[in-house]
Design a protein around this ligand. Structure first.
Ligand code: F6P
Length: 320
């Protein structure tokens, strides 16, 4: 393979830049030309494609976001869009593609792979919602950001003896809430995968307050089936305690990537280049039990995620 491309797609995540840097420099080291495709599949359709050299990816390792920009592309979802994308790849002579993104982005990669190009998928999303890998690139940084926020919110919640609902990202996957809740000492964690009982949550708050707890922190993933504002009102009504809402939103998607995210991104990208250079079949790269793995793309995408119930139960035990 002489020429490969890389794109980032879907919601950005800290560590995407580390992946781009490693892909470009490892690709050049292997004797290949590496092309950056800007604005994800949108940019691919529009031919926003430029060759990258070692210096193009200088000084990005420590930055959040993605220097290639990203987008969610409706046009690419159609047969016509995918055909056009294949033509564009042919026009630029790109023989292999590295795609850094979440579930939808890797599915897009599979569509292209089925049309004949070799694709290496890297798990780039803060959501940690891909079953085939232990962690996704950006998750560790996002949870670290949430933890920093929790400790600040805890200070003020304590002073005012309030309950605070902290809404974090995760439409279908509650891992950010789960990991931040366990390591940040939340009273309760609400995730989309597990039904919650409002009375039980309120009981915890009241029992905690009666035994002298200064504050209660509830971490709620955005995908839980009740609006955060409705939850605030319901809890305030049922517990009689002042309840506030903090929505962390995009704050948790930015920031300099942690050690874990830089390492995961760098090692996955290096593996992707190695596989493209060897003309391997399309793969999804990630880690299983801490080891870098490459599974057939389709097989990886089809794996079903399960919420970590042990972790969920542990939060209940620790916050009693
Ligand atoms: O990238 C994943 C994610 O951050 C989800 O957690 C969130 O639900 C979604 O993206 C937000 O998407 P957008 O950036 O399009 O608002």
């Amino acid at each position: 393979m002489k020429r490969i491309g890389i794109l980032t797609s879907g919601g950005d995540s800290p560590g995407m830049n580390a992946a781009i840097r490693a892909a470009v420099r490892c690709g050049i080291e292997a004797g290949m030309e590496v092309y950056g495709i800007y604005r994800g599949y949108e940019g691919l359709l529009d031919g926003e494609i430029r060759q990258l050299n070692r210096s193009s990816v200088g000084d990005i390792l420590q930055r959040g976001g993605t220097m290639l920009k990203t987008a969610r592309s409706e046009r690419f979802r159609t047969e016509e869009g995918q055909e056009k994308a294949m033509q564009m790849l042919e026009t630029f002579g790109i023989e292999g593609l590295i795609i850094v993104g979440g579930d939808g982005s890797l599915r897009g990669g599979l569509d292209l792979s089925n049309r004949g190009i070799k694709v290496m998928g890297l798990p780039g999303t803060i959501d940690n919602d891909l079953a085939y890998t232990d962690y996704t690139i950006g998750f560790d940084t996002a949870v670290t950001t949430v933890l920093e926020a929790i400790s600040k919110i805890r200070d003020t919640s304590s002073s005012h003896e309030r309950t605070t609902i902290i809404e974090v990202m995760g439409r279908h996957c509650g891992d950010i809430a789960l990991y931040a809740g366990l390591t940040g000492g939340a009273e309760a964690v609400l995730v989309p995968e597990i039904e919650f009982n409002l009375n039980e949550v309120c009981q915890r708050i009241v029992i905690g307050a009666n035994r002298g707890k200064q504050h209660s922190l509830i971490i709620k993933a955005e995908g839980v089936d009740i609006s955060s504002q409705d939850l605030v009102e319901a809890i305030e009504r049922k517990t009689g305690r002042e309840t506030k809402l903090v929505v962390l939103s995009y704050l948790q998607r930015g920031g300099s990537p942690t050690l874990r995210d830089r390492l995961l991104a760098t090692q996955c990208a290096s593996k992707a280049v190695e596989l493209l250079h060897a003309d391997s079949e399309s793969k999804a790269i990630g880690t299983v039990n801490g080891q870098i793995t490459a599974l057939p793309l389709q097989e990886a995408i089809e794996q079903e995620r399960e919420v970590n119930r042990e972790m969920f139960n542990l939060i209940r035990v620790l916050s009693k």
